[in-house]
Design a protein around this ligand. Structure first.
Ligand code: DON
Length: 317
């Protein structure tokens, strides 16, 4: 049944644990659909029969189900953190180096880069994230330390770390990323050493987190840029609105139209099977199931988000 968005009273009466239980039950009937990402060998080893979902409400309450506390490789979800930090570092000048239009092409596509002279379409494609990574390397004395501090503070979990096995796996097989980085460099849109940019990029993708960490880490985007875990104003409310809008149009690559159609929330996915999403003024949330659809988004994760917005009415539309 399709529901209209709830008013605040109705929101308080939603039985979120019951809704999560229903979704968990439905998703588990569908285990086996989709394929794990095998172009990064260490991701191909992750068990397929996993599903977790966590809702981090702005009052601090967390609702979680299934494998919500099992860690996984966040992959491109990290592009959300690097965009936020690069916007703080470079301000609006960032948009002269990376655009904010949907791509309609796969996340690791090279084709637009030549036509658009080394300016990536958006910060959520691999090419765009290589540019935000470059901005962070220029801005911070130790960009990795800054990124880890950012993520630990956003999620309230000081133990979050990088899985070095995944880094090694990406270093061995990241031929497209090597090509993208060199191509962008040829247009003068990377300022640091290409190998240093790639190394830091792989380390972000290999951050290991669980659904609860990730749901908490995007709460600031639901709360006008303020992080409830640390009390810090991470970005302005205008900044949060803008990041959410780029997530809506480009956070799930060439499936962003389908996501708006079926889910209706700003969302960012990764090939590790995680998807974070934001319900403005209400919660940050995360789903994880490792098997992907043809466009690199978690197949059952997307189904779970679709069921969630239909059962609660919590789509932005
Ligand atoms: O660079 C890559 O291809 C991966 N480390 C990240 C890709 C990714 O997660 C795209 N997501 N859907």
């Amino acid at each position: 049944m399709h529901k209209l968005p709830p008013n605040p009273d109705e929101l308080g009466r939603l039985d979120l644990d019951d809704i999560l239980g229903t979704i968990d039950h439905e998703v588990r009937q569908r285990f086996g659909e989709g394929e794990v990402a095998d172009y990064i060998p260490s991701l191909a080893e992750v068990p397929k029969d996993r599903f977790g979902m966590a809702l981090a409400m702005l009052d601090g309450t967390v609702h979680a189900v299934g494998d919500a506390r099992e860690g996984f490789s966040i992959q491109s979800i990290s592009k959300l953190y690097t965009l936020t930090m690069a916007l703080e570092a470079a301000g609006d000048a960032l948009w002269t180096r990376v655009d904010r239009e949907p791509s309609g092409d796969p996340f690791n596509s090279l084709i637009q880069l030549e036509l658009e002279r080394g300016i990536p379409r958006n910060p959520f494609m691999n090419a765009g994230a290589l540019v935000t990574t470059d901005v962070l390397l220029s801005h911070h004395a130790d960009a990795e330390v800054a990124l880890l501090a950012f993520i630990r503070a956003r999620s309230g979990n000081p133990r979050i770390s990088i899985n070095m096995e995944v880094v090694a796996s990406e270093q061995e097989t990241g031929f497209r990323n090597v090509a993208l980085a060199n191509f962008i460099r040829s247009y003068g849109n990377l300022h640091n050493d290409v190998q240093a940019v790639l190394d830091f990029y792989y380390r972000q993708c290999a951050l290991h987190m669980d659904c609860v960490d990730l749901a908490r880490s995007v709460q600031f985007l639901a709360d006008g840029g303020r992080c409830p875990s640390s009390g810090e104003q991470v970005t302005t409310s205008e900044g949060a609105t803008r990041i959410n809008s780029v997530m809506m149009t480009a956070g799930t690559y060439d499936a962003a139209g389908d996501f708006a159609f079926y889910v209706g929330l700003p969302a960012k996915s990764g090939v590790g099977g995680g998807i974070v999403a934001v319900v403005p003024r209400v919660m940050g949330l995360c789903v994880w199931s490792p098997t992907l659809d043809g466009k690199g988004n978690s197949l059952l994760g997307r189904y779970a988000l679709h069921r969630f917005t239909r059962m609660t009415g919590l789509s932005v539309f």
